[in-house]
Design a protein around this ligand. Structure first.
Ligand code: URA
Ligand code: SF4
Length: 206
């Protein structure tokens, strides 16, 4: 049987964020590095109390090398602002560090990571948790929830509550800003945005 994909061999132990940021570019822990432009690590300070975990970089993030700089990132920024959280005081990262997509003509269509990608990439997230040591981890969507809590989560049933997170930290689950963004053309955007803000507030005061 082939070994399951796993980033462990590429993750330096007890490393600082700059060291992790450097090392992640060499990671071959799963096949997602092959088609991506680069690994996208985190943004934010190691002194952050609040760590926000997304799913994976999107098209813009893949090109720019920074998390949450595309359309979903703009929704997140404005939700953080509405919740009274300074984006620069938080730590933003993703459960998976390489962009997974399907090429259709010129377009690159986002594909959600599989469980095996979340598992393979988890050592990076663990190293970030150790380096930043946040009080609260916010899981943006089901992939982040799965990665952070190590179990399937149900956003509808669990969102906004202060849960037991990894290593005695608090965790709060909320919806992914892309899911909010999708409602712009379908209706329900304002309500979904307000719920996201309220979950972020709950996290900030946990
Ligand atoms: N969606 C995410 O989950 N992360 C990003 O960095 C951008 C979009
Ligand atoms: Fe490594 Fe994660 Fe990229 Fe896979 S997605 S190659 S595990 S950094």
């Amino acid at each position: 049987m082939p070994e399951p994909p796993d980033a462990t061999a590429w993750v330096p132990s007890r490393a600082t964020l700059p060291r992790l940021r450097d090392s992640v570019q060499q990671c071959r822990g799963c096949e997602l590095w092959e088609d991506a432009t680069q690994a996208v690590f985190s943004a934010g300070t190691r002194r952050a109390r609040l760590m926000l975990v997304g799913e994976q970089p999107g098209d813009r993030e893949d090109r720019e090398g920074q998390p949450f700089v595309g359309p979903a990132g703009r929704v997140l920024s404005s939700a953080l602002e509405s919740a009274g959280i300074d984006r620069g005081e938080a730590y933003l990262t993703n459960a998976v560090k390489h962009f997974r997509f399907e090429q259709r003509g010129k377009r690159r269509i986002h594909q959600a990571p599989d469980l095996r990608h979340l598992v393979a990439c988890h050592p990076w997230l663990e190293a970030e948790l150790e380096a930043v040591d946040p009080d609260v981890v916010v899981c943006l969507g089901a992939s982040a929830g799965r990665a952070v809590l190590g179990r399937p989560v149900r956003i509808g049933a669990e969102r906004g509550a202060v849960l037991d997170g990894p290593a005695g930290r608090h965790a709060v689950i909320t919806t992914h800003p892309s899911a909010v963004l999708r409602l712009r053309s379908r209706g329900g955007y304002d309500e979904a945005f307000a719920e996201l803000v309220s979950d972020l507030r709950a996290a900030a005061s946990a």
